[in-house]
Design a protein around this ligand. Structure first.
Ligand code: CA
Length: 481
């Protein structure tokens, strides 16, 4: 299918009344009609409470089915609601992707005592002081589930680190000690070794852990019927483990078309390309460098050099493996990776991901419906629906770039036998115009601005149009019907 579009269905402050899945089910057909082909669903596993966004994973096997952590349902609804929503989405022709959080577990049931050593939080390869017996929340027995689906209980030896010693009331990163035990080695080298992120860090070298997660993945895929995984926090998880799990799903489980993509939150393209290689190019990644370029441009008061916006991005260098996006639940205001693309730039940013040949664009619920938390933003619902319609009907053929001015750039998708061209013009500073070639066959025809801002443009006898754009704006042009 050409010109697919994914949506991240949630933001940090998405409605937590337990009706999220029910609404999705009702909205499935509508989403498809608006242009959505794939949906990234929030983490479905039980966290610390009925308000847990899903990243404080307590029990992988509890999808809103058991009375645990004071609630049967998750923030988003019950397991029954979840299964029904996925079914409705699939019936509507939308592929469903589950957010899978395998780096850590939190909200343990009891504390345990064990040997550990404090590490320097800025260089986790550097021990601080001597090993000692600490006490931490590392025991998980899932009493509410009572062994259904899996009887494994989790203990300190299934983890490689924690961030709090209950005994001495010390907040610090502690590496858990054991025979041959260390951090996962094949992780990001930021902070020496970036295995540890939060909570109880899962030890992906432990055979019981590997067996359990593989078993869980098989069960989870069958139980929910999802079409793909969005791996969370890949910077902090052994790439060998992820490669093996991915191979297991594709080969052993026979899910050849299962879509695997992930979050590797890294600006540096070398680390990203190394990761793609280490996981045998089986996993797509979010284009984090492009997100940062867009954020930088949005904060530049018009002084960012737009000719470089795609330099060193994933979509430029690994076009087949890039999930392009503007913002997400972590980059939104107040969250852990806050790096919000400013509002005036949003439409430009969406043009940069929706009207290009390469990349699998992912639109963000926080933009589509507007942010609903402390910081509120205006929904881009109608605007994005128009932009998705333009992508679906006009984003075809060769791509001619006119990235020839620091603040004014444009491009033309030249169209094909069935589709007329699309011309896009961006200015991040002053009002501007640019001549772009749409094709000799279009001489004398009229192009209209689908963004609804500017007057139609007549294509000259050579097939050129003199397209216009206002200050800090974007226009996108298609042939008048
Ligand atoms: Ca880790």
């Amino acid at each position: 299918m050409a010109n697919e579009i994914m949506i991240q269905s949630f933001e940090w402050d998405t409605d937590g009344s337990g009706n999220f899945y029910k609404k999705l089910k009702e909205d499935a057909k509508n989403l498809k009609e608006n242009g959505i082909d794939g949906i990234w669903l929030p983490p479905m596993t039980k966290g610390g409470s009925d308000m847990d966004v899903g990243y404080g994973v307590y029990d992988l096997w509890d999808l809103g089915e058991f009375d645990q952590k004071g609630t049967v349902r998750t923030k988003y609804g019950s397991k029954k609601d979840l299964i029904e929503a996925i079914k409705a989405l699939k019936e509507a022709g939308i592929r469903t992707y589950a957010d899978v959080v395998l780096n850590h577990k939190g909200n343990a049931d009891f504390t345990e005592e064990f040997k550990a050593i404090m590490v320097d939080q800025n260089n986790r390869d550097q021990d601080v002081g001597e090993a000692s017996d600490i006490e931490a929340w590392t025991g998980f027995d899932f009493k509410g589930r009572a062994g259904k689906y899996s009887d494994m209980t989790w203990h300190y030896y299934h983890f490689s680190g924690v961030d709090y010693d209950v005994k001495t009331e010390t907040p610090a990163i502690f590496r858990i000690l054991g025979d041959g035990k260390y951090w996962d080695r094949d992780v990001s080298s930021e902070k020496g070794n970036f295995d540890y992120l939060m909570n109880c860090d899962i030890d992906h070298d432990h055979p019981e852990v590997i067996e359990e997660i593989f078993k869980w993945a098989d069960w989870f895929i069958d139980e929910t019927g999802v079409d793909g995984f969005r791996y969370d926090a890949l910077k902090h998880i052994s790439s060998d483990f992820i490669r093996d799990l991915t191979t297991h799903i594709i080969k052993d489980k026979g899910k050849e078309n299962f879509y695997l993509f992930g979050e590797f939150w890294q600006y540096n393209k070398e680390e990203i390309s190394a990761y793609l290689e280490k996981t045998d190019y089986k996993i797509d990644l979010f284009d984090v460098p492009l997100h940062f370029h867009m954020q930088e441009a949005s904060k530049s008061m018009g002084n960012y050099d737009m000719r470089n916006i795609f330099d060193n991005t994933l979509v430029k260098d690994f076009p087949a493996q890039a999930v392009t996006f503007v913002d997400n639940h972590d980059s939104q205001p107040g969250q852990s990776l806050e790096s919000w693309v400013e509002d005036w730039f949003k439409e430009i940013a969406y043009a940069l991901i929706l009207f290009r040949k390469d990349g699998y664009p992912c639109i963000f619920a926080g933009d589509y419906y507007g942010l609903k938390g402390e910081v509120k933003t205006k929904p881009m619902y109608d605007k994005l629906n128009t932009m998705m319609e333009v992508r679906k009907n006009h984003n075809f053929g060769d791509e001619d770039d006119y990235f020839d001015h620091p603040s004014v750039v444009g491009w033309v998708r030249r169209g094909d036998g069935d589709h007329s061209p699309l011309a896009v013009l961006i200015s991040i500073k002053d009002a501007a115009e640019k001549q772009m070639f749409v094709g000799k066959a279009y001489a004398g025809s009229t192009f209209i601005d689908k963004s609804g801002k500017n007057d139609p443009v007549k294509i000259d006898g050579e097939g050129n149009g003199l397209f216009t754009v206002g200050p800090g704006s974007v226009t996108y042009w298609v042939k008048e019907k």
